[in-house]
Write a protein that binds this ligand. Structure first.
Ligand code: SF4
Length: 71
C-alpha cells in the first residue's frame, strides 16, 4: 500500500517548485510547461509534503491508500 501522488496538470502554472523540491517524484515537461508525476507511488514523504505546501496553485495532493486488487 502506498499513498498516491496526484497532480492536476490543468491547474499547474509551471513554476517548477515541485520538481525542484522533489525531483524523484516530479519533473517538468518543458514543452507543455507543466509539471508531471514520474513516480505516482510516491517517494520521500517529507519532500512530497513540502511540494504540496509549496505549490502556489495547490495542484498537488495525496490520494488515498492504493491497494492492489487481489484478483
Ligand atoms: S509547484 Fe504546483 S504550479 Fe508549480 S510546477 Fe509544481 S504543480 Fe505546477
Amino acid at each position: 500500500m502506498a499513498r498516491h501522488v496526484v497532480l492536476d496538470e490543468e491547474c499547474c502554472i509551471g513554476c517548477g517548485t515541485c520538481a525542484e523540491l522533489c525531483p524523484d517524484v516530479f519533473e517538468m515537461d518543458a514543452e507543455a510547461e507543466k509539471a508531471r508525476v514520474i513516480r505516482s507511488e510516491g517517494g520521500d514523504e517529507e519532500c512530497i509534503e513540502d511540494a504540496i505546501t509549496s505549490c502556489p496553485s495547490e495542484c498537488i495532493s495525496l490520494g488515498g491508500l492504493m491497494q492492489k486488487k487481489s484478483s
